[in-house]
Design a protein around this ligand. Structure first.
Ligand SMILES: [Zn+2]
Length: 353
């Protein structure tokens, strides 16, 4: 077969697959089985393996009319509270009678993290729940959960939004990620999605794994399977501020309007700040951290962003910006260990996009 014939055969397959999903009378994720026009909640049951079983809550909103399948996922890091509360709100606010298409909402992937107030990892196995995709059933709880989310959420959706935020120890300003794959059509749609989401700083990520069998991140699991998808971050350091919450709830609704799942026009950001590179400033010493910048501060190369003292007040490390850019997040607490992140600086893209 020529390349053109293979390509058109693929297009036919993809279109047929999407159409089949649209025509489904019922839509099932885990124990949630929704008929057209219904909102049903349930759980993705993760069976016991080398460690404990868990049940990841899910809501399926099977719209009255056919349309795309959008997955909204948060709480891989269970103490990034704003993103979790945003999806809880959306479960309540969205009315399947008004939706064209289907929304799968998974508001809290990492329940143990939330309940035990443990940032960054699943305390059951010490793994980040956004690094083990596509997962496997013969691994620990995070591996098994990741596998089932890949099968039941990623493989069933056309688009995915993974919601995060600053964790308990991260003072973060809101931003989105646009993953550039090199597939023109997919990249155009995901770019329009991230603009429709409306956050005014957007990281262009082109360094994510290309292999769907080693996708690591949730959004990348959808992206490497050809599904235009984005990641967004808002909220910081254990707080749930109305402004951050509104940005995430409003962003999801706006993307749904862009995808024509809801009536009305999206509120698209017109001239966002594009970030071409993210530089991490790590501490070279263990001690007490004192920040000199805030989330969102613009810094010049060499500017002091904070310092670390020993436990009797002697300065033992000065942290400086490795390049000019914007402080995407800065450590929000005094506890600092050698190698830990002091701040992430986003370098503004030179080329106008
Ligand atoms: Zn996160």
């Amino acid at each position: 077969m020529s390349r053109a014939i293979i390509a058109s055969a693929l297009v036919v397959l993809v279109v047929a697959g999407a159409a089949a999903a649209q025509e489904r009378a019922t839509f099932t994720v885990g124990t949630a089985i929704a008929k057209r026009g219904q909102k049903v909640t349930g759980a993705i049951e993760v069976p016991r393996g080398v460690d404990a079983a868990t049940g990841i809550p899910v809501a399926v909103l099977h719209g009255a009319r056919p349309g795309p399948v959008l997955a909204l996922v948060s709480g891989a890091h269970g103490t990034e509270y704003t993103s979790i509360i945003a999806l809880e709100k959306l479960i309540g606010v969205l009315n399947p009678a008004e939706i064209s298409g289907t929304v799968i909402i998974v508001p809290l992937v990492n329940i143990a993290s939330f309940e035990q107030k443990v940032p960054h990892v699943n305390p059951i196995d010490g793994k980040s729940m956004n690094r083990m995709y596509p997962g496997k059933m013969d691994g620990t709880q995070t591996d098994r959960a990741s596998y089932l989310i890949t099968k039941q959420v990623v493989e069933q959706c056309d688009h995915l939004i993974d919601l995060h935020g600053g964790d308990l120890d991260e003072s973060l300003r809101p931003y989105g990620y646009w993953t550039r794959t090199g597939n023109e059509n997919q990249d155009r749609i995901s770019r329009e999605m991230v603009l429709a989401f409306g956050l005014d700083h957007i990281i262009i990520s082109s360094d994510r794994p290309r292999d769907p069998a080693a996708s690591r991140y949730l959004e990348n699991t959808a992206t490497t399977r050809g599904k235009p998808s984005i990641t967004v971050e808002a909220g910081h350091a254990g707080t749930v501020e109305p402004e951050d919450l509104a940005a995430l709830v409003g962003g999801c609704l706006s993307v749904m309007r862009y995808l024509k799942m809801l009536p009305g026009a999206p509120t698209t950001i017109e001239h966002p700040v594009w970030i071409e590179k993210v530089l991490t400033i790590a501490s070279e010493r263990t001690g007490i951290f004192y920040p000199l910048v805030r989330r969102g501060t613009y810094v010049e190369q060499g500017m002091k962003v904070g310092y670390v003292t020993d436990y009797v007040g002697n300065t033992i490390f000065e942290a400086r910006a490795p390049a000019a850019g914007v402080v995407l997040y800065v450590c929000a607490v005094p506890s600092m260990t050698k190698g830990a992140t002091i701040a992430n600086v986003g370098v503004v893209a030179v080329q106008n996009r």
